[in-house]
Design a protein. Structure first.
Length: 281
């Protein structure tokens, strides 16, 4: 439990970051690269083993709000406050594509997952999603080597007119479901306080799990059928799916704005204003 390495970028705030996926090698090997997105629209790739910045790119004109590696680590997807999504190559430092489908609303989530070849009748080995704060989710199929990026589905979730501005509303969050391929989970401000399971094959919501409050963070375990949801009411809820058995945990001093399962699924990391908690499942 000690600080191993620290990178500092002066006069910029780091808004989002992601570990580079490790190539399939011996179990337990750790990734040695982190990509971070900054308030000036830049992306920096850091090498942990060499403790240095390896690459700096500037694909956005505004602050970044979400970042992710493709599943093979060959591309970096980044989303900005203006809703633009950029696809950049960490090998060449070039931005290959800019997608404007979510323009006008900050990107809240970017996530990539492997897919079966020819799944959903489209080419490519990768599915990825982008979520924006206006409650819209786009799902894409990509073949980065062939420069292909195809829109597979477009979801828009209704909500009542909020008296406050969009900034104070709960975030729109989506994630691919590890134990139910072809399904994604969505939480956000809406007509009801609930988590929605949407099937890409059936093009419809197939399950709804009701929640005590609007969610502020979401994570799905990669190893077991567990879902963690954080709330503004200083509460963490662990749900076992598909039975929807729920267990609530207090312990945070503020909004639980982040929860993340470890790749093993045995631990859960949650964060609030001034505390990071590590839970053992």
């Amino acid at each position: 439990m000690e600080l191993v390495v620290q990178f500092q970028v002066l006069n910029q705030s780091c808004q989002c970051l992601a570990w580079k996926p490790h190539p399939i090698v011996a179990w337990g090997a750790e990734s040695q690269h982190v990509v971070a997105g900054y308030s000036d629209g830049t992306i920096r790739v850091f090498s942990i083993s060499r403790t240095e910045m390896e690459l700096k790119m500037h694909p956005h004109a505004v602050a970044l709000t979400a970042i992710a590696y493709s599943t093979d680590g060959e591309m970096i997807l980044s989303g900005g406050k203006d809703g633009l999504v950029a696809v950049s190559s960490p090998r060449t430092g070039m931005t290959i594509q800019v997608l404007a489908e979510h323009k006008g609303s900050p990107i809240t989530v970017l996530q990539c997952t492997r897919k079966q070849y020819q799944d959903f009748g489209v080419e490519g080995a990768e599915l990825w999603l982008a979520t924006s704060s206006d409650r819209r989710v786009s799902v894409w199929a990509s073949d980065w080597l062939k420069d292909k990026c195809e829109l597979l589905d477009w979801l828009s979730f209704p909500a009542p007119a909020g008296p406050e501005g969009l900034g104070s509303l709960p975030p729109s969050l989506a994630a691919f479901c590890p134990w139910e391929p072809g399904t994604l989970v969505y939480v956000g401000f809406g007509m009801q306080k609930e988590a929605l399971f949407y099937s890409l094959r059936k093009n419809q919501v197939v399950e709804k799990i009701s929640l005590p409050y609007f969610a502020t963070s979401l994570s799905l375990s990669p190893a077991a059928c567990f879902m963690a949801v954080g709330f503004g009411e200083r509460l963490l809820r662990l749900l076992r799916c598909p039975s929807s058995e729920a267990q609530d945990y207090a312990g945070h001093d503020d909004t639980v704005h982040l929860c993340r399962f470890a790749p093993s699924g045995r631990r859960l990391l949650t964060a609030s204003h001034s505390a990071v908690l590590l839970w053992e499942l």
